[in-house]
Design a binder for this molecule. Sequence first.
Ligand SMILES: Nc1ncnc2c1ncn2[C@@H]1O[C@H](COP(=O)(O)OP(=O)(O)OP(=O)(O)O)[C@@H](O)[C@H]1O
Length: 722
Amino acid sequence: MATGLIDAEAERQERQAQARREVLFADELLPGVGGESLSLRQGLAAGGSLTFLVLVLLNALDELESAALSVLAPDIRDAFGLSDGAIVFISAAAGAFLVLGALPMGFLADRFRRSRVIGWAGVVFSLMVLASGLAANAFLFFLARFGVGVAKSSNNTAHSSLIADAYPIGVRGRLSASVYGAARAAGALSPLIVAGIATWAGGENGWRWPFFILGLPALLVAVVAFRLPEPPRGQHEMRSVLGEVIEDAAPAPISVEAAFARLMRIRTLRTAIIAFSALGFSLFTTSVLANLWAEDHYGMSTFQRGLAGSLGGAAFVVALPIVAPRYDRLYHRDPERAVRLLGLCVLPGAVLLPVQWFMPGWVGFMLLGIPGAVFASVAFAMVGPVVQSVTPYRLRGLGMALAAVYMFFVGATGGALLSGLISNAYDPRVAVLVVGIPATLVGGLMMIRGASFVKNDLSLVVADLREELAERDRQRADPENVPVLQVNGVDFSYGNVQVLFDVAFEVRRGETLALLGTNGAGKSTILKVICGLGTPSRGVVRLNGRTITYVSPEQRGKYGVHLLPGGKGVFPDMSIRENLEMAAFRMRRDRADRDRRFAYVLDLFPDLAGRQSQLAGSLSGGQQQMLALAMVLLHDPEVLLIDELSLGLAPAVVQDLLAILERLKADGLTIVVVEQSLNIALAIADRAVFLEKGQVRFTGPARELAERDDLARAVFLGREGG
Ligand SMILES: Nc1ncnc2c1ncn2[C@@H]1O[C@H](COP(=O)(O)OP(=O)(O)OP(=O)(O)O)[C@@H](O)[C@H]1O
């Protein structure tokens, strides 16, 4: 038996590995690969320069504002009578708020017009910057910082998603680098500008003026942002792969949970997130530690340290235009090499760090610190385009939000804590060597590993787009015949164990489909995927032709997809009536509607009608199943999914249930039923799907399945075995 199990597991793993390989397309079929390469000017012209200009300005203003806080910190501390610790906490909190805002902002960016999300974020940003200047006390100042931090989180999410859809794939690297570089340049100028304004205004309230003066242009740019055109989502991937754009007129709302489940299955994205979270441990803290070490160990003056910082900033602004076009060129020829380039940018830092930190003089320390930090920052600026390319276009905002949360929260905060502790216990050098070197190594190597997944992930993008086009054409050709429910190309895994492989079937209106198969074939899992309790790692679920793959179970319930789960689906300590009232909780506002539905189900189950005050736990198994069915039917489903209708029930009870299903069928209800018993399935189903080890082995009229001895026997053998 043990050998049997080992063999079965080996076979499953082989199929899993095969499924990962088989979707590979030739390089020139991948989005953004091959064809004519674009100059930056051509790319900008394709998407319009206004969008680019507005995003550059918003980023630059953000960066100016961040630096304002550091420069003005001593004045703000004195104005509010704060301690050093308190002002450091308030400044640092903005970073945490940025992480807090990322998820809601990513969610909004995937759901609404991005110009509006960016516009509103810009308005909130400018008002909060003005409020920072007006704050009467430290608490109000802190609240204003909260608003600024949350509004800023639209940069990583909504901006990034808009750039990806506005401009062609071939210039993504250069565009991302330009926005990032412009922001850094503004950041470098910021101390000068901010200190200039504060000095010009003078007096103890001088620090307030930079906030007033920065808030106003931000408001103007935000107003322009509302007018930016909204590009069709995924248009450049579609043009590149399909040669045309499929417009989704009424996209279904996306659930954050489902989106994350799907995103974490994209291996390039997952490794990029791990790589940059690791790198974050070094990227955000090394410069602070270097400044401390420079003063304590080398006795560098503030001016010398400032010079080192400025040289680093200048080197970054010089390096970006060298690396970014190279990334775009490589991507155009071979995306794997482009992603590997990012890892290769990071790795030299690991070698340079120990050499730098043992330099005998401050000049060597300062100069050797520059290349590693610069190339790590360059790689950081270029990771956005990688994430955008492999993320399904409906989930781009949330994809970037997920990356931001990991990089800033795990990387920056984790790195700060760890380095802080080690630095306190030993010294900054030990902290950098113990944290920075491994973090840089892991970051670079993970990115290089991620490169090997990118073609496969891009292939999945191609497969999804082609499927979408084929479905659109089919719906256009025969709009009357769109299936109520469609499952196509679905893969599903529990953790690392894949249990569904390319599952596909359709159910027409009013049809009853039986899902049959051996034990553990994945029947219940498919029902979970259909009703939203599980998110597939690949493939699509459609309801009446509309994609609902990432829609929450609650929303699917509102659309009419309901599941009658296997086993006990009732609250045993409540009466029948209370069970029904619980199920009808959503309809509590419209009593007339609720009573009409109660009357309908009680008419369907007269056995329950006469004993409404009886505890559900005291009912027989069959009656409990009827009550569970009644609770689902209260919602007036369009598609009813039933897991194990007859399990453990006496034949007479099953007959009663079948009679009820017949009546529902006659009323036009569409039903998918998982059944272990072939006879029961044959009695009620029009069509059947037979599954074995997560793959569809048969789809067709139910009676044809009965004639397939090999499959029919497998059902019975499976039952005896289980
Ligand atoms: N929550 C879970 N976590 C991990 N593995 C699971 C989980 N639920 C199911 N599985 C595994 O996934 C596979 C498919 O399970 P599923 O319940 O979908 O099969 P099924 O066809 O409905 O089987 P059965 O008729 O025996 O219920 C099985 O190998 C099962 O062990």
